[in-house]
Design a binder for this molecule. Structure first.
Ligand code: G16
Length: 543
């Protein structure tokens, strides 16, 4: 088979963001766009000659074409082997597991996570390193540098590889192994959790709804929840992956998973509800009339971890991204274990997990995970909750009430302003940055500022430093405001305002979060001038 060397030139805008390169699908479909980036990945990781890679994704529109291109480019550059999920499907945590389990040299995940798919939606390409985690900044910056210097790429001239059936094929001298996407992942879950206990839970009449949002977790949830654990058929809804996620927005939060939220707040609500996103790494947890914020969720998992077989000996440490609420810190204090604060982006947890410093990690953006893989893991979080509920025999609402009584409550919400003019958004952040030093002691909307800074992170393992990771302001009565721009959006800028208020008064633990946070919301607006500058009266998304 011929190997073609195609002339190309650098294309602007190929800088990986919070999680790989995310763009409009149509941008990825432009001539050379995908090929330039993939060749730059090869360059950034020192070539793929003789290497073994994993390839898969969430099945969104264009994944099938992209997978064929990547296989032909891997073969043209001398890869020894590519392990591909059947039909190019692999959830992000399943890909991470395969990369680790098969001791490969890394892998490529095709996904734009929770962003909508389809020709007018979003697409993404992410490289994960041999530890199974998203490439750290040292690697992504080499990839970015390569995109700025590229002049040719290599691709094999060949027919499509049939990815529809597990088995082994060859492409030139490269072996292509097509694997069942679910099998290895399901086995891993059965080693972590008490599956006998979970089977008994469902056999006893426990009811659940899992909304796979027409995304990649459907086959995993069908196989594990309904297959291995005996939950009734119908427990998993929207369980067949579709290239445009059924026309929906596969983001598991109260806005986009509204059908599930309505069901969980209805008169016939199941005992437990959950959802996951496009590529299966995010999760939403909801009990009967009780939505659990992602920040609370990771705190609950940490507090109850020893009930799960894999974590029965306790946790080495825990970690959360900076904007995530400090509910986890309260638990870590009681457990007497370290609690690390990292920048937004799962890649920052990798070193802590590899070094055994942290066992559990979590983010406000609906991500929780542990050292079992190097990605956040939606279905794992759901099984963790089920294991806790099976052991403690309480409802989600009672579990949360007990948690807050024990540890106090961190009221929390994130307000997103999407597709804001980039200049307006940058000016807002720059202006706030400029006045941080003078804020302490000043009062905004009745709230006195205690401290204000811009977050920077010094990685305790490799000593690398990440700067400009979000502006944070605390108030004298336990409030916190964080402002940063999203690194995953594909249109204009998304301003994220993270709002938090600590509460330990037992009489005040049961308030509506937006109401409990109203003073902090007003303070954030007075501080940033957000509503006036953007002309927005309210956020596009509240989580
Ligand atoms: C990615 C990252 C997460 C991050 C999230 C939101 O998740 O892996 O660490 O919290 O994006 O990032 P931002 O606030 O910059 O938009 P995912 O699920 O989108 O891959």
């Amino acid at each position: 088979m011929d190997i073609l060397t195609i002339e190309t030139s650098p294309i602007d805008g190929q800088k990986p963001g919070t999680s790989g390169l995310r763009k409009k699908t149509r941008t990825f479909m432009e001539p050379h766009f995908l090929e330039n980036f993939v060749q730059s990945i090869w360059t950034g990781i020192g070539g793929v000659t003789g290497k073994t890679l994993v390839l898969g994704g969430d099945g969104r529109y264009f994944s099938d074409r992209a997978a064929q291109v990547i296989l032909r480019m891997a073969a043209a550059s001398g890869a020894a082997k590519v392990i591909v999920g059947q039909n190019a499907l692999l959830s992000t945590p399943a890909a991470s597991n395969l990369i680790r389990k098969r001791k490969t040299d890394g892998g490529i995940i095709l996904s734009a996570s929770h962003n909508p798919g389809g020709p007018d939606g979003d697409f993404g390409v992410k490289f994960n390193t041999p530890n199974g985690g998203p490439a750290a900044e040292g690697v992504t910056s080499k990839i970015h540098e390569a995109t700025k210097e590229i002049s040719t790429y290599r691709i094999m001239e060949a027919q499509d590889v049939d990815l529809s059936t597990p088995g082994t094929q060859s492409l030139g001298r490269t072996e292509i192994e097509i694997v069942d996407p679910v099998e290895d992942y399901a086995e891993l879950m059965s080693q972590i959790f008490d599956f006998d206990k979970l089977r008994a839970l469902f056999a006893g009449g426990f009811t659940m709804r899992f909304d796979a949002m027409h995304a990649v977790t459907g086959p995993y949830a069908h196989a594990i929840l309904e297959g291995m654990l005996g939950a009734p058929v119908g427990t998993v809804v929207n369980g067949t992956p579709s290239p445009d996620f059924g026309g929906g927005h596969p983001d598991p939060n109260p806005i986009w998973a509204k059908t599930l939220m309505d069901e969980m707040h209805g008169s016939d609500a199941p005992d437990f509800g959950a959802a996951s996103d496009g590529d299966g790494d995010r999760n939403m947890i909801v009990g009967r009339n009780c939505y659990v914020t992602p920040s609370d969720s990771v705190a609950v998992l940490a507090a109850n971890a020893t009930l799960v077989p894999r974590y029965s000996e306790g946790l080495a440490g825990v970690a959360r991204s900076m904007p995530t609420s400090r509910a986890l810190d309260r638990v870590a204090l009681r457990l007497d274990c370290d609690c690390y604060e990292t920048p937004t982006g799962w890649k920052f947890f990798g070193n802590l997990l590899d070094a055994g410093r942290a066992t559990l990690c979590g983010e406000e953006s609906a991500g929780t995970g542990s050292d079992h893989v190097r990605e956040k893991d939606g279905l794992w979080a759901v099984l963790f909750w089920l294991n806790i509920l099976a052991e403690r025999e309480v409802s989600v609402a009672d579990l949360m009430a007990d948690h807050w009584r024990t540890y106090g409550r961190n009221y929390y919400s994130r307000h997103d302003y999407e597709e804001v003019d980039a200049d307006v958004a940058n000016a807002l952040v720059d202006d706030l940055r400029g006045k941080l030093a003078d804020l302490p002691g000043q009062t905004f909307a009745g709230q006195t500022i205690e401290a204000a800074d811009e977050f920077a992170y010094d990685d305790p393992i490799d000593g690398s430093r990440a700067e400009a990771q979000g502006l944070r302001v605390t108030t004298t009565d336990g409030g916190r405001i964080v402002v940063r721009l999203s690194g995953t959006g594909t249109e204009g800028a998304t301003i994220r305002v993270y709002l938090e208020k600590a509460e330990t008064d037992p009489e005040k633990l049961d308030r509506d979060p937006q109401e409990a946070l109203s003073d902090i919301v007003a303070c954030a607006d007075a501080l940033t001038g957000l509503s006036e500058r953007t002309g927005r009266k309210k956020p596009d998304v509240i989580t």
